[in-house]
Design a protein around this ligand. Sequence first.
Ligand code: GLV
Length: 308
Amino acid sequence: MSIVYKSEPLRGAAWQRLFAEALPDLPFHLWPETGDPAAVRYLAAWQPPEDLAARFPALEVLFSVGAGVDQFDLRALPPHVQVVRMVEPGLTAGMVEYVTLSVLALHREFPLFLDQQRRGVWAATKGLRAERRRVGVLGLGVLGLAAVKALQGFGYPVSAWSRGRREVAGATCFAGTEELPAFLAGLDILVCLLPLTAETRGMLDAARLAALPRGAGLVNAGRGGHLVEADLLAALDSGHLSAAILDVSDPEPPPPDHPFWSHPRIWLTPHVASTTHADTGGEALVENIRRHRRGEPMLGLVNRSRGY
Ligand SMILES: O=CC(=O)O
């Protein structure tokens, strides 16, 4: 029985050392080294090999080394293979930082002031107290929930939307497609932390952006595929939206002549909102393999038909 790691090599080397101590009976191979392919029970990867099923016939669990699993072709995996996304405190903390920074930047109108600086304009605005700035988070998974709690700490009235009904202390929760317009209509800042699935692809389109109040701002730290980029540009250029902070695009990076590079009201970061940490991520993987061996549910287990 063994595990193969196929992703960023430095983190792989750290995890190999950790596994040698924590699970010494489980050989840890760094791709393209796999040992006996028929002995491979676990694969930790960002991009699995295309011939996954034929190459590793005894594979039981495919672990994503990141929070998302949209990079996997879930339909092509043998039905018995379990899929697990990364849930680890370092990844969550990084996302909380990014979302907090972005919401504070929009709340304090930094995109406007930096654009004014470039144009040599010195003009103050009145600003708004946090208690009056309505912030909404799309997605209430591990990351969405952590973001909601952090934002509540600043005094923002926070609401959240999820596919299924959820309750979060102190937050107004909306559920399902039918409640999406009401959720969006009550926001000054929208944060997208959804998983990318067939249902959420293209969700932030002209109609959804138009449902936000005039002057609202957008943070997308989910996936580029959630956003119809042309619709965002139109909403910014018409003045309906005030600014957008984007960590993701589709494709990544955007083509050299893409307006995202130079738009005065867009801040673009190169998919850095959060990454799996070598230490805490390795510990989370060890813990999940222990759980799997004991027949216990793994943290971050993906419902394959739902896609997250
Ligand atoms: O986008 C990054 C991840 O899925 O961890």
